[in-house]
Each structure stands twice: as structure tokens, then as C-alpha cells.
Ligand binder design. Structure first.
Ligand code: ATP
Ligand code: MG
Length: 450
């Protein structure tokens, strides 16, 4: 039985004269008043408390049906109809009746609006709740995003149509683990939902969990499943492209290393052999002897340099050797060159994807080279830290340091080492952090998530 809605502003205070139920209430007041008059004439009046109780019925009915304006209008009619009794009592000099009537009216005048207001605000709150519930339900039912509502034990209390068609079969009443598997259910209920969940339909979903409250105040959890199939495929494509770039770059380096070795190096070796032959066949104090010896040393130096470059260009066999052993070799070579480098390894090296291992290797190589060329360090430390979920490489020196922002600006020129490190890490979804300050050494930290 919907009641007439009060308007806004003045309308909220006007009696609902277009509603028949309002006139029914006023009729009730009239009946009580006539009965009061008849009894008054016949036997000299009714007890005030009884009159008050009889009037209370229409007032409360009006308050329940129409709120504040209903209760006030009804009370106003009661006051008007009671005036003849009050005036009669006043004129007939029956002081107690007069006071009784006044108290009766005063109680009604005070209580009626309060009851009206309370009823009105209760009703407004209930209406707001109903509207919110209707909106929520419409959203829940019509949403294309699969959604489940779980109780505290993880049983499905509600599932929207999108969830029903995605997860197939009857969902209500089943435990989440029966639908998504034990591991996924444990992670979701434990508050640490997985970033990606592969379901049988071939979709990749990301569960988003939020707290909810049931009608009886019990704690619930709402789980929305965001479709990340495209995103996942996109990041797979990016990974594949990054891998292809790395592989192509390393192939190119290997080819250049091979060419250096097979051509340039062989030419210089031949040159050195000829110089050596001339040195041997010339008398010890012949003219130009010194120059010949210098040319031989120069040829030795070029051979050494070409070999070093070729070795550095050629990627080590990381799959066979592993990252740890490859970095140990790198450090041993640096020590042979007189660099005070050391390596420390925490944890056991897991089977790293080849692009991850190569990126970390190249970062270590560049950071070590930078330390050798620029830092003038007393100590260079390489640290590898393996856990189940990550591999972290830290290269630290106690050298002269530099302003990282300035170096980043110089990356735009010819210095590509730092830039290359960053890009390599980005390609494999890792992070690179370079910390340095003039006089305070440098730390390069690279991390990849496994
Ligand atoms: N460990 C370090 N200690 C001090 N300065 C460093 C260190 N690493 C880098 N720098 C500074 O940052 C600059 C940029 O380094 P980056 O590796 O990008 O270029 P580069 O080593 O000069 O040249 P390349 O392109 O051959 O690597 C360097 O020129 C050097 O001034
Ligand atoms: Mg460099």
C-alpha cells in the first residue's frame, strides 16, 4: 500500500488532502470527538487518559501513513475539535477538567510531530536502502563481469549470470575450491588473489576481492573476475618480441666476434709473424731495430685487444654453464686485469629463462666494465640473490661515483651502457635501480621476477 510521497519544500508540510486514507483518519478523529461529546453530555465526560489513548490511534496511523505532515494535520484537527470542551470547562469553572484537557492536548501536540518525524526518517532510510539494493542487484545481474558472493567459509552464496556462464554449472552452495581448484581458492580466501587465473574456457582472469556484509550483518566477500586474456596475450607477444630482439642482438654479436676472430685477428697474427720473421733475420743492432720491436709489441697488444673484444662480444653458454658460473668467470677475468672484484651468491640458482639469464649477465658485464673504467674503486662486489620468486643482481663499487641524472643526459650522446642496461631489464619485465653520488660509490641493482 504505497503512501503518497511528500513533496519538497512547503509541500512536505501540507496535509495529504488528495489521499482517501487521510480523510479516513480525520473521520476517526471526528468519531472519537463525537463520542466524547455524547458521553460528555450524557454522563459528564470521559477520563482524560482514555480520550488521549483514543486520539492516539488516528495520530499514529496518520504518522505511519503520511509521516510528519499527517501526524501534525491530525493533531491540528484534534486541537480544533477539543476547543469547545476546553472552553466549556473553562466557562463552567471545573478547573480540574480544564487542566486535564490542556495536558491531554499538550501531550498530543508535542508527541505527534516527533512520532511523525521519526517515522519519516525511518522510512527515508529504508527507501534509500531499497534503492541501493535494487541498483546493486541490477548491476550484479546485468554486469558482463562475472561476480560471486562468498560466505566466510568460501561457499558461494550468489553468482551472477556472467559467472554462471563462465564457470558453468550450478554454483550456488558449492565451495570456491570445487569451482576454481584448491590453490586458487586458498589464495583468494587468504586475501592474496593470483594476478592471473586460467580457466577451462581458455580465458585468463584476474580475481578482484572486496569485503561485503550480508543482511544479517555477517561478513561476506565479493569476487569479480576481470578478463585479462587480451592483456596476457599482449604481454606474451611483447615478451616474445623482446626475446627475438635479444636473440637477434646476441646473434649479431656472435657473428661480429667470429668475424673479428677469423679475419681481423688472423690478419694481425699474420702481421706479427712477419714482423717477428724480420726481427729474427735482422742483425741485433740494425737500423730500425727498435721500431721493429715496437711494431711487434703493438701487434701483440692489438691481438690481445681483439681477443678480449671477441670474448666479450660472444655470449657465454648460459644454459650450459649457468648464470652463477658465468659471472664467476667474468669476475675472475676482471681480477686478472687487476680489478679488485669479488662475487657472492645467496640461494640456489633456479632454471632461469634464457632471456632473463642473458639480461642479468649483460647488466653485470656492463656494470663491472663501468666500475673498471670510471670508478677507480678499491673494491667491486657482485652479489646474486636467488629466491623462489626472483633473481636479484647487485654490482657495488666504492669508487668516485657520479650524478645519475647527468649520466642519463649523456645517454642521449654516446654513452649507451646505462641505457642498454635499463632497456634489457625492461624487455624482460624486470627493474633496474642505479644509486650513486659523487665520492660515494655506485650500486646497480637489477631484479627479475620469476
Ligand atoms: N661505476 C661508476 N662509477 C663512476 N662513474 C660511472 C660509473 N658507471 C657509470 N659512470 C658514469 O656514467 C657515465 C655513463 O655510463 P655509460 O655506461 O652509460 O657510458 P660509458 O661507460 O661512458 O660508455 P659506454 O657506452 O661504452 O658504456 C660514464 O661515462 C661515467 O661518467
Ligand atoms: Mg659503460
Amino acid at each position: 500500500m504505497p503512501s503518497e510521497r511528500p513533496g519538497k519544500g512547503l509541500g512536505a508540510y501540507l496535509p495529504p488532502i488528495h489521499d482517501r486514507r487521510f480523510w479516513f483518519t480525520q473521520g476517526l478523529v471526528l468519531v472519537v470527538s463525537i463520542a466524547h461529546a455524547v458521553v460528555h453530555i450524557a454522563v459528564g465526560g470521559l477520563p482524560d487518559v482514555l480520550v488521549l489513548i483514543l486520539y492516539t490511534f488516528p495520530v499514529i496511523y496518520a504518522a505511519l501513513e503520511f509521516g510528519f505532515r499527517g501526524s501534525v494535520a491530525t493533531t491540528a484537527l484534534i486541537v480544533v475539535l477539543s476547543l469547545p470542551f476546553v472552553i466549556h470547562d473553562a466557562l463552567s469553572g471545573v478547573g480540574s477538567d480544564f487542566v486535564g484537557h490542556l495536558v491531554e492536548l499538550a501531550i498530543l501536540v508535542v508527541v505527534a510531530p516527533v512520532v511523525g518525524r521519526v517515522v519519516e526518517s525511518e522510512r527515508a532510510a529504508r527507501r534509500a536502502h531499497e534503492v541501493a539494493e535494487i541498483r546493486y542487484r541490477a548491476l550484479f545481474e546485468a554486469s558482463g563481469v562475472p561476480a560471486l558472493v562468498l560466505d566466510e567459509q568460501g561457499c558461494i552464496q550468489e553468482a551472477n549470470p556472467a559467472a554462471a556462464s563462465l564457470l558453468q554449472g550450478e554454483l550456488q552452495g558449492r565451495h570456491l575450491s570445487q569451482v576454481l581448484g584448491m590453490a586458487a581458492a586458498d589464495a583468494i580466501l587468504g586475501g592474496d588473489p593470483p594476478q592471473r587465473l586460467d580457466v577451462s574456457s581458455g580465458l585468463a582472469l584476474r580475481p578482484i576481492v572486496s569485503a561485503a556484509v550480508g543482511e544479517a550483518g555477517e561478513r561476506l566477500a565479493q569476487v569479480l573476475f576481470q578478463d585479462v586474456t587480451e592483456e596476457t596475450a599482449g604481454s606474451r607477444r611483447t615478451r616474445a618480441f623482446a626475446l627475438a630482439v635479444l636473440v637477434a642482438q646476441e646473434d649479431e654479436r656472435r657473428r661480429i666476434a667470429q668475424e673479428l676472430h677469423d679475419e681481423a685477428l688472423q690478419l694481425v697474427v699474420e702481421l706479427r709473424r712477419r714482423v717477428e720473421r724480420v726481427v729474427r733475420s735482422s742483425p741485433p743492432d740494425c737500423a730500425g731495430g727498435e721500431e721493429l720491436l715496437a711494431a711487434r709489441s703493438l701487434a701483440d697488444a692489438v691481438i690481445e685487444e681483439l681477443r678480449t673484444v671477441a670474448v666479450r662480444l660472444r655470449p657465454p653458454d648460459l644454459a650450459d654453464l649457468g648464470l652463477t658460473a658465468s659471472l664467476e668467470r667474468l669476475v675472475a677475468e676482471a681480477r686478472r686485469r687487476g680489478t679488485p672484484a669479488e662475487i657472492e651468491v645467496e640461494g640456489r640458482e633456479p632454471a632461469l629463462p634464457p632471456d632473463f639469464a642473458l639480461s642479468l649477465y649483460r647488466v653485470a658485464q656492463e656494470a663491472l666494465t663501468n666500475a673498471e673504467h670510471h670508478a677507480r674503486a678499491q673494491h667491486v662486489g657482485l652479489r646474486l640473490d636467488f629466491s623462489d620468486s626472483s633473481a636479484v643482481l647487485v654490482v657495488e663499487d666504492d669508487g668516485v661515483g657520479f650524478v645519475v641524472g647527468d649520466a642519463a643526459a649523456s645517454e642521449a650522446n654516446a654513452h649507451l651502457g646505462l641505457l642498454g642496461m635499463r632497456e634489457r631489464l625492461q624487455l624482460v619485465g624486470g627493474t633496474l635501480e642505479i644509486t650513486s653520488a659523487v665520492g660515494e660509490g655506485t650500486t646497480v641493482a637489477a631484479a627479475v621476477r620469476l
